[in-house]
Design a protein around this ligand. Sequence first.
Ligand code: ATP
Ligand code: MG
Length: 415
Amino acid sequence: MKQSQLFTKTRKEAPKDEVAKNAELLIRGGYIHKEMAGVYTYLPLGLRVLNNINGIIRDEMNKVGGQEILLTSLQEKDAWEKTNRWVTNPDVDVWFTTKLKNETELGLAFTHEEPLTRLMKEHIRSYRDLPVYPYQIQTKFRNELRPKGGILRGREFLMKDLYSFSKTQKEHDDFYEKSKVAYKNIFNRIGIGDKTFITFASGGTFSRYSHEFQTITSAGEDTIYLDRESGIAINKEVYIDEVIEELGLKKENLVEERAIEVGNIFKLGTKFSESLGLTYTNESGNSVPVVMGSYGIGPSRLMGTIVELLSDEKGIVWPEAVAPFRVHLVILGNSPEVAVAGDMFYEKLKTLGVETLYDDRDLRPGEKFADSDLIGIPTRVVISEKTLQAGKLEVKKRIASEAEMMDEEEFLRSL
Ligand code: ATP
Ligand code: MG
């Protein structure tokens, strides 16, 4: 894409009402726009990053047998009343509610266990229909009390939520373990794997623990206790001697860290299937409740977490796998030779399928470099009179401090 045609503008100044580094840099880089506290719009560059993250999540969910769907945001209250989650206490609940013209109460879904469990009653009848793993990447609404972490905690945000429907606890547990591997793959692929740890957190009626995936960052709202050796952490909410011992950990090896929960997996047992009547006929002909689990990840929170972890004083540093473009091609000066060489190389990269942002704007080099560092595309290629004279390209990795002169062939091979 030609940068002269990109409608978003970068900003030098941080927005005054924004305290979170992720939102500050993403707004300055033209990735997102703040509508109001906790509510952000994704602009062309931001949507490209979000789509890359979603692509990786999709890939890993499909690999473990996920089937993608899209549930509705608008919810009638009846299914939620059956599980006591249609709460009307504004101090504790996160519902955004509204009404139809005929006064029927509606809510904007903050999660989807209830509607999906009810829906699956039409599709699950016998043991032959199980197991099944529907998932979606969808907008959730939560009336969070004080969102202050930029896109880490939104009132409207994207969530990937997969739900498992299994015949038995054993079948459920096998999938639960597989999901942990899939989650690890996701965090590794998007570039935060070395900072993300599986964390024991409070469970529910059907399990002693749930598992969170916590990424270590000072911007995090959670406190965890991490055993670096095993890579296992305990959330503060269940950090007691009994739990430490049960997990075979030693208190003296546990280090307190600030972290952000990027994902969460939960054994639901038959809580929802019993409340909503989701049963199947087993091989002996008996009707039994389906065993369920839920598996969440926040793609928008992940995007913010990457920025928190990997940016520097000049701007964002995207990992290859999620970057909005692979190459930032920048031409300097206004000589026609440079423009022609730039256009030709841009066309070549396009033909080769290398996603490129082409800074063809008529701006001073300093401004172009500042924008390039702020936007944070992994590889910058400069074409100027100087590089043309040398018959080379000036190539600089966003993470490197020095640029390198390379000839075209060498550069294309390095991609
Ligand atoms: P938290 O403990 O941070 O409030 P949660 O435990 O309520 O989150 P879940 O309901 O399990 O979160 O949601 C699944 C995933 O969705 C979370 O792991 C997180 O990545 C993401 N998520 C949850 N709430 C938000 C939010 N307000 N903004 C952005 N992402 C969110
Ligand atoms: Mg949580």
